[in-house]
Design a binder for this molecule. Structure first.
Ligand code: HEM
Length: 484
């Protein structure tokens, strides 16, 4: 890792663009998004104290706590926290209304605004006209033709990664899958020659992310100015990230299209205008962050489910073994319905982005309750994907539900209410990388299953889902690698 520089190369509108300015922007965005709310009758819900008690003091799992709260309050619960009026819902009708129909009149909630300290004005955090422009500029990088190029890289990196595996080795599956998807994200998104830097980016990213939500706490500006923990470390890590990304951007500007996503972003223009370095930095950071951790968790939960359901694993092996040892490739994806069904069922039960939220900017009403502008609506897909109202045998791992009568993968056959299935979100903010993630997860599952399976080393140990930014198993999950 190169040392900390005093002068950052990146500027926006002539002003130095660094972690300090991003942190201030994040605080301003959170403050600006707050609206003084009228006193209206609100649906019942838990007290903020009892929630904080469960989540912080007792260390309970947030997805499980929210599931319990929604069961106790019939799918709509209210609670307030530091001036924010929060509506927690498991009603698919309200989900569609807020995220799809009224999506244009909502913005991201404070917890996502705080990640501007890391992501700046990237696609995940940008709003309004700026978001629309960026979405148009980024879209070509996710076009089907590009996906075929990324797919080759994914299989090649997958092969390199598994070449080191040993029969009988036991280790944490999350760490292994994260290494694999990080490597792939580094290569496919940021460029083939930066895999070493990808590790550095990830380390610094973890430091910054771990502390990004603290920026909204009292005295954070003063503490940041004095370089006190956690801000001194956070700002240093943020500046290191900027330096690495600026170097990668400079290299790309020199070398032209190298087939990765960043080259495509550099080439992308609207009305003859492309992205400046500050914007490229934010988008590169955003796709890198959004593009590896989620897929790593998707694969991790899939291996766990297969280990717990050996007859379903056998059902998958039949599809993979019928391919006579061929390496999977992009055109094969449509011919792997069982692999896709297994992955869809894993997304249903353990959605990596387990909850999404919005701050409303227009008054809404639902079931006779007024939801005034400025409210925060949270939709835990963890709860909706497991609702007995919309899924048969909701708690059972049953991938066959995703196949139609001809044995093809089909969401239409399975999903009874559109608002009860949204692993990649909804509407104008739907995940731009969904096809990238599907391509990667399908190819890696098929590639790994050709030769390997995983056993739970401690099958009696309870697996608890932990809902932070992504849904991860709590603690390490040791699995034993078995050659098939
Ligand atoms: C299992 C894998 C993934 C899951 C479950 C997932 C989930 C999501 C969800 C739920 C959203 C919407 C967030 C919201 O509405 O607040 C989202 C947005 C986004 N995702 Fe993904 N994602 C995955 C993989 C990826 C990948 C591979 C990339 C990039 C290569 C990516 C890039 C993004 C970006 C840039 C956005 C913001 C889109 C916008 O606001 O216009 N994601 N993702």
């Amino acid at each position: 890792m190169t040392g900390h520089t005093d002068v950052m190369a990146i500027a926006r509108n002539g002003v130095k663009y660094d972690s300090r300015s991003r942190m201030q922007d994040a605080r301003k965005a959170i403050a600006a998004s707050k609206v003084k709310q009228p006193h209206v009758p609100r649906p019942p819900g838990p007290s903020s104290l009892s929630l904080a008690n469960a989540l912080i003091l007792r260390g309970e799992s947030a997805p499980l706590v929210f599931e319990r709260v929604l069961r106790e309050h019939n799918g709509l619960a209210h609670f307030g926290r530091s001036g924010n009026q929060i509506y927690l819902t498991s009603s698919p009708d309200l989900v569609l209304e807020v995220f799809r129909t009224q999506g244009r009149y909502t913005i991201k909630p404070p917890v996502l605004q705080s990640s501007r300290a890391v992501l700046g004005e990237g696609l995940l955090t940008a709003e309004g006209a700026h978001h629309l422009r960026q979405r148009r500029l980024l879209q070509p990088a996710f076009h089907r033709d590009r996906m075929a190029i990324y797919a080759e890289q994914m299989v090649s990196d997958g092969l390199t990664h598994i070449a080191d595996w040993q029969d009988g080795q036991a280790k944490d599956i999350c760490t292994d899958m994260s290494k694999l998807t990080l490597q792939i994200a580094g290569r496919t998104l940021l460029g083939a020659d930066v895999s070493q830097e990808a590790q550095e980016v990830s380390k610094a990213l973890n430091t910054v992310l771990a502390n990004s939500t603290s920026i909204n706490q009292p005295l954070s500006v003063i503490r940041a100015r004095l370089g006190l923990p956690p801000f001194g470390e956070t700002l240093r890590a943020g500046d290191e990230l900027d330096e690495i990304l600026q170097r990668i951007i400079d290299q790309h500007r020199e070398s032209g299209d190298t087939g990765d996503l960043l080259s495509m972003m550099i080439a992308s223009q609207e009305n003859g205008v492309g992205m400046d370095d500050a914007q490229l930095r934010d988008e590169a950071m955003t796709v890198f962050l959004a593009g590896h951790e989620t897929t790593a968790m998707w694969l991790t939960w899939t291996w766990l489910l297969l280990a717990q359901n050996p007859h379903q694993a056998q059902w998958l092996y039949e599809e993979i073994d019928a391919r006579a040892g061929n390496l999977p490739s992009f055109p094969d994806i449509a011919e792997l319905p069982r692999t896709r069904a297994i992955l869809a069922e894993s997304l249903r039960l353990f959605p990596p982005a387990w909850m999404i939220g919005r701050r409303t900017q227009k008054d809404m009403s639902f079931q006779g309750w007024r939801i005034p502008a400025g409210s925060i609506v949270l939709a835990p897909m963890w709860v909706l994907h497991r609702s007995p109202d919309y899924w048969e045998y909701p708690a059972v791992f049953r991938p066959q539900r995703w196949l139609n009568s001809e044995g093809r993968y089909s969401e239409r056959t399975t999903v009874t209410h559109q608002g009860a299935w949204f692993p990649f979100g909804w509407g104008n903010r739907r995940c731009i990388g969904d096809q990238f993630a599907w391509t990667e997860a399908t190819l890696l599952t098929a590639l790994i299953t050709r030769k390997w399976r995983f056993e739970l080393t401690y099958p009696d140990r309870e697996i608890v889902p932990e809902g932070n930014i992504t849904l991860r198993p709590k603690g390490e999950i040791t699995m034993t690698w078995r050659r098939r």
